[in-house]
Design a protein around this ligand. Structure first.
Ligand SMILES: Nc1ncnc2c1ncn2[C@@H]1O[C@H](COP(=O)(O)OP(=O)(O)O)[C@@H](O)[C@H]1O
Ligand SMILES: [Mg+2]
Length: 310
């Protein structure tokens, strides 16, 4: 990947700060809103890079730890044979002292992102990327490593999948506790919720080290992207590898409860943004999507046959 020229990150941060302070993202080329971060295309208008800004860190040691964790995570996935999109990490100290870090990746061709590949394919014929994602999950989930395997996190190129979402590394200690400090990400939420959520979030993060959960998550999130017809194919690809098979009803039910959770989170983030900006007169440091994808799709009917509904 071509390196980001010197001084360019300051320009990116300037554009982000403008978007944060005006609540207007139109000056940025947004490649995608995830639930945690936003991929910003740079340069604006004709992006060559995708930049993902991590939340400001409380001190240099915390930033160093997070960057080291991302690097270790990428090494772990790569060693397990799971492709990862070329990812550099660039740091920046803003004039007001805020300690920032950005993940820098090549801006990928939108047609190669897994949801677009599946949307363009015929579920009746299947697609080799489904098995490739299942294989990747099975290869890297070993108790100490997990993966967010939803289709929005994969790119399909030259007949293989690579993961593009390493902002929140899923590495765990011997007791299964996440190494990730969720604190910087929880800063998006109102303070009382943040405190209550800290333990709950660590528990939620711990789920991704289990292959069954990672595959269930992959299957259910297809509903979010309107790829219902692919749900049975992911279930069929996953089940031969699972002691407790995935069931279409379970997948649909879990999706609905997950959608509810993310819609609530998004509401709380908007509330915190209002509180910070209007009442505290401070900057809210997270670029929120105008609308979470889950809000558009809250209820689903289980799909059990390729290409159709139940
Ligand atoms: N390198 C990239 N090139 C093009 N689009 C990207 C790239 N990285 C991410 N995206 C888009 O942005 C979305 C959010 O990025 P992601 O890293 O998955 O964030 P999150 O951790 O919030 O899920 C992705 O699902 C994808 O659609
Ligand atoms: Mg993602």
């Amino acid at each position: 990947m071509e390196a980001l020229p010197d001084g360019e990150l300051e320009c990116v941060e300037g554009a982000v700060v403008h978007a944060l302070d005006t609540n207007d993202h139109r000056g940025l080329t947004i490649l995608g809103y995830g639930e945690v971060s936003v991929a910003i295309g740079w340069p604006t208008g004709a992006p060559r890079w995708a930049l993902k800004r991590l939340p400001p860190f409380p001190d240099r040691a915390a930033r160093r730890r997070h960057i080291e964790l991302i690097r270790r995570y990428i090494d772990h996935l790569t060693a397990a044979g799971v492709g990862v999109v070329d990812t550099e990490i660039a740091t920046l100290e803003r004039d007001d002292g805020a300690l920032l870090a950005y993940l820098v990746q090549p801006a990928l061709d939108p047609a190669t992102l897994a949801p677009a590949v599946l949307a363009a394919a015929d579920p009746a014929h299947g697609h080799p990327l489904v098995d490739a994602v299942v294989d990747a999950v099975l290869a890297c989930t070993d108790g100490r490593c997990g993966i967010d395997a939803q289709m929005t996190n994969w790119v399909w190129s030259d007949g293989r999948v690579s993961n593009l979402d390493v902002n929140t590394p899923f590495l765990y200690d011997a007791e299964g506790r996440p190494e990730l400090d969720v604190g910087v990400f929880l800063a998006a939420l109102p303070a009382p919720v943040r405190r209550a959520q800290r333990r709950a979030t660590a528990g939620i993060v711990a789920r991704w080290r289990r292959p069954r959960w990672a595959l269930l998550d992959c299957a259910m999130n297809l509903y979010k992207d309107g790829l219902d017809a692919w749900v049975p194919l992911v279930i069929a690809a996953a089940n031969p590898h699972l002691d407790e098979p995935l069931d279409p009803d379970e997948v649909a039910r879990r999706y609905e409860s997950e959608a509810k959770l993310w819609v609530t989170m998004h509401r709380l983030e908007r509330l915190e943004r209002w509180w910070r900006r209007r009442i505290r007169r401070q900057r809210y440091e997270f670029l929120l999507s105008p609308d979470t994808h889950y809000a558009r799709r809250r209820h689903v009917r289980p799909t059990s046959h390729p290409g159709g509904s139940a």
